[in-house]
Design a protein around this ligand. Structure first.
Ligand code: 3NM
Length: 211
């Protein structure tokens, strides 16, 4: 097994997720431009029901727009689409490709793993993830994760137990994001509070100003 240095990536404080199903019917391309205009430096594209072809095209357009802005691009679930679009990495859930398989495909690209417990977080770290997602921190209507809200205290416990960057997710908003950073998250992932905002760019910059 190759040696992987812990903390290989540094994540910006806000991890914006672009899910075309959550944009209040606005074009994902327009919303993507607004995320960048607001100052997002890492964007994940997430498309649970899109065809592979359409998801690939969305990710390709996202790559074309993010690259000149020095914004990292992460593809949710799909290592093949991450590879095919020269994204910076992939985010894998507990039911997706196992980390080792993703690593074989993606080599040195960023691989993040969704976790919902201390055990999963430690396993992801031992397996060589570059960061862990942890959640849901608060209640969220965006995704039925099947898990109860983990809360800030559990986030702090995870922080104490793993050295990897932590991306907290689930119910995070402009109003509570400082608590999430305070509890030890390196980065906070947000879908609805940003994508449902009337002015997406202004929302992103307001959130970043809280850091
Ligand atoms: N994953 P919002 S919670 C995609 O806990 C996702 O793993 C979660 O959306 C997890 O910011 C979640 O609108 C939804 O709450 C996040």
């Amino acid at each position: 097994m190759t040696f992987r240095k812990i903390q290989r990536v540094t994540l910006p404080a806000l991890y914006a997720i672009l899910d075309p199903e959550q944009t209040n019917s606005r074009s994902p391309d327009i919303v993507l431009r607004q995320l960048l205009e607001g100052g997002a430096k890492i964007i994940q594209v997430r498309a649970k029901t899109m065809s592979s072809r359409n998801f690939l095209q969305l990710a390709q357009r996202a790559r074309d727009l993010t690259a000149p802005c020095d914004c990292k691009l992460i593809v949710n679930d799909r290592a093949d689409i991450a590879l095919g679009t020269a994204a910076d990495g992939v985010h894998l859930g507990q039911e997706d490709l196992p980390l080792q398989a993703g690593r074989k495909l993606l080599g040195d690209k960023i691989i993040g793993i969704s976790t919902h417990s201390l055990e999963q977080a430690q396993e992801a770290e031992a397996d060589g993830a570059d960061y862990i997602g942890f959640g849901p921190i608060f209640g969220t209507a965006t995704k039925n994760t099947g898990y109860t809200a983990r809360g800030l205290e559990m986030l702090a416990q995870i922080r104490a137990a793993v050295a990897l960057p932590i991306v907290a997710i689930g119910g995070i908003t402009e109003a509570n994001i400082q608590d999430v950073w305070q509890a030890g998250a390196d980065s906070a992932a947000i879908i609805s509070d940003i994508l449902k905002a009337e002015e997406v760019a202004a929302k992103v910059s307001a959130i970043l100003a809280r850091r």
